[in-house]
Design a protein around this ligand. Structure first.
Ligand code: ADP
Length: 324
């Protein structure tokens, strides 16, 4: 694997389980990737492949029955999985913050938004209310809402504006990484595009990194610098978003790429992917994608492929066919 000592976050062999009464199901099976400084890194894959579980794990938000059971998450050279309570409080919001799909519904309906912003600021920084309010006003301007609206209650804003307020809250402590899990999915497409463009502009201005999760592959390609493709709890390919679907190394990336319309060029017939991902309790032997892969050969059915570097494409992929 390319080891990049300058990466902001380095994830190594991360494993996350869901613990049931009678069984332990591995939802994330030893994934490794990094997020560079100032980079927008996307995680793509069919629903249930483990994207949110990874996002929660990196933020140290995994709660039972979920359990981070192995691996390492290094952030700025520090091991996140070893953080104690105080360090963790500093890490969350101060260094890593989150915007989730339903974030806008997490705003407290009976508290003015100014207070919800100043609360976050004052919990993490020792500053006067006046300074916190000035910062809140600055953040409002940054996400394109007039600071006059600070004294309003959440219900006085549209869904798009409430999601922008959540982005303002996520940005107000100047984190180095923002984890965005379907941040605009609940919004209509015009508002969605607006917000994504604004996040990109803010990212260029402020230089933070983003871990971006969406089921909308077109949006992902436009917005991300690099994309990691997950299948059944494993990373099967990582590469630049500009080329990953044009020159896919892994058959799953290729199939995923054929299941959404291209952004430019003539209209093409979309192919779905036959079958469905395996249940966590029925993981096949060998390559997990092999039962659905039209190119699978004997070795795919009994040996798990490892991620291998393909420096020419600045990619990594895990597929036996690439080694023939
Ligand atoms: P994605 O974000 O890619 O849709 P998730 O991370 O939500 O996928 O889920 C990954 C796998 O973990 C799925 O098989 C899902 O059913 C399982 N899972 C998620 N949350 C729980 C939970 N609380 N308990 C048991 N299994 C879970």
């Amino acid at each position: 694997m390319f080891f990049d000592p300058s990466a902001l976050m380095e994830v190594r062999n991360l494993a996350i389980d869901y613990v049931g009464d009678n069984e332990v199901l591995r939802a994330v099976n030893g994934i490794s990737f990094n997020i560079k400084r100032g980079e927008i890194f996307g995680l793509a894959g069919e629903s249930g492949c483990g994207k949110s579980t990874v996002a929660f794990g990196l933020a140290r938000l995994t709660r039972l029955p979920g359990l981070v059971s192995g691996g390492s998450v290094s952030f700025n050279g520090e091991e996140v999985l070893n953080f104690d309570g105080d360090r963790l409080r500093q890490y969350r919001w101060g260094e890593v913050s989150f915007v989730f799909q339903s974030a806008m519904n997490a705003l407290n309906p009976v508290i003015r938004v100014s207070e919800q912003l100043t609360d976050v600021i004052q919990t993490h920084k020792s500053c006067s209310l006046q300074v916190a309010r000035e910062r809140a006003a600055e953040m409002f301007e940054l996400v394109g809402i007039h600071p006059d609206r600070l004294e309003d209650f959440p219900h006085q804003f549209s869904g798009g504006m409430r999601q922008r307020i959540c982005i303002a809250i996520a940005l107000c402590l100047e984190p180095k990484l923002i984890i965005m899990d379907e941040p605009t999915t609940a919004l209509d497409v015009v508002v969605q595009r607006d917000i994504i463009e604004q996040i990109r502009a803010l990212q260029e201005q402020l230089g933070f990194s983003v871990l971006f999760i969406t089921h909308d592959l077109g949006l992902m390609i436009e917005f991300c610098d690099r994309i990691g493709i997950m299948y059944s709890g494993e990373l099967v390919e990582v590469g630049p978003s500009a080329t990953i679907f044009e020159n896919p190394l892994h058959p799953y990336t290729e199939a995923l790429g054929q299941s959404f319309p291209p952004l430019t060029g003539p209209r093409v017939r979309l192919e779905g992917i036959e079958g469905s991902p395996p249940r966590l309790s029925e993981i096949p032997l060998g390559c997990r994608f092999s039962p659905r892969c039209s190119k699978a050969i004997a070795v795919c059915k009994n040996q798990s492929p490892h991620l291998i570097d393909y420096p020419k494409q600045e990619s990594r992929a895990a597929c036996h066919l690439l080694q023939l």
